[in-house]
Design a protein around this ligand. Structure first.
Ligand SMILES: NC(=O)c1ccc[n+]([C@@H]2O[C@H](COP(=O)([O-])OP(=O)(O)OC[C@H]3O[C@@H](n4cnc5c(N)ncnc54)[C@H](OP(=O)(O)O)[C@@H]3O)[C@@H](O)[C@H]2O)c1
Length: 215
């Protein structure tokens, strides 16, 4: 039934010192095989997977479900937050392997091969309005896979319901390497996003921690 609440789960992998990529923002391997299997199973359980355009530009992810981890995968809708339409036409999210939606602001007139465009917001994508539109379309469960700025936006607005972090056993270091939640961050104590610890378990070579966002 249209209009039902969209459950939003944030998932990311970070090093033991809280970094999600190299300081150049280039992707580096943090998840191990067991975590990858968990992530692909999680992807297969949702209706949509969302990332920011800077993740598309730095990692060029496919955002599909690998047959290696899930038999007969269903390939959720891929969604990219991309105000000015910077997604390259040869990006793997535009490979036609699953439905893709590029979400731009209202001023952007760009179109993309193999993708629908939703225009939403004056500058950045207005994620509260986007969520309403996705709910209207019957999307019930969405995975937010990053990066740093997008995760902060979903936490700051309290749209996120759950946060799963895989902590890999490594140190990346550096002051400027991205962390799970970047963007402007909390200005003040009142802006801090509080979470309730739900679970923590050893997974493969790391630790998987799950939180519920306090609304
Ligand atoms: N370890 C992991 O699990 C993991 C997963 C994913 C990514 N990453 C890493 O994360 C890094 C990329 O993160 P990032 O913070 O640079 O970029 P990002 O969060 O992937 O994308 C941010 C961009 O999205 C666009 N955007 C549009 N509307 C937005 C909104 N309402 N809120 C936030 N962003 C919005 C903005 O670009 P426009 O202004 O052009 O629209 C913004 O600059 C890379 O280093 C990548 O490797 C790590």
């Amino acid at each position: 039934m249209a209009g039902e609440h969209l459950k939003t789960i944030i998932n990311c992998a970070m090093s033991a010192d809280g970094k999600i990529a190299l300081k150049s923002r280039r992707q580096t391997k943090i998840s191990d095989e067991q975590d990858k299997k968990r992530v692909h199973e999680l992807r297969n359980s949702v209706d949509a997977i969302l990332v920011g355009v800077d993740t598309v530009l730095s990692d060029d992810p496919k955002l599909t479900v690998k047959e290696k981890y899930v038999k007969n995968p269903k390939h959720p809708i891929r969604i990219v937050l991309d105000s000015d339409g910077r997604t390259p036409t040869d990006a793997l999210v535009l490979n036609g392997a699953a439905k893709t939606i590029i979400v731009t602001n209202e001023r952007c007139g760009k179109t993309f091969p193999n993708a629908e465009v939703i225009r939403c917001g004056k500058e950045d994508v207005d994620i509260e309005r986007l969520v309403q539109e996705l709910e209207r379309r019957g999307i019930r469960k969405m995975l937010v896979e990053g990066g740093s700025k997008v995760i902060w936006s979903f936490l700051r607005t309290h749209i996120a319901d759950e946060v799963c972090i895989f902590i890999g056993s490594m140190v990346i270091g550096g002051d400027s390497a991205p962390t799970p939640a970047g963007g402007p961050g909390a200005e003040d104590e009142k802006d801090i996003v509080h979470m309730r610890l739900k679970d923590a378990e050893v997974l493969g070579s790391g630790v998987l921690v799950k939180y519920e966002v306090v609304k």
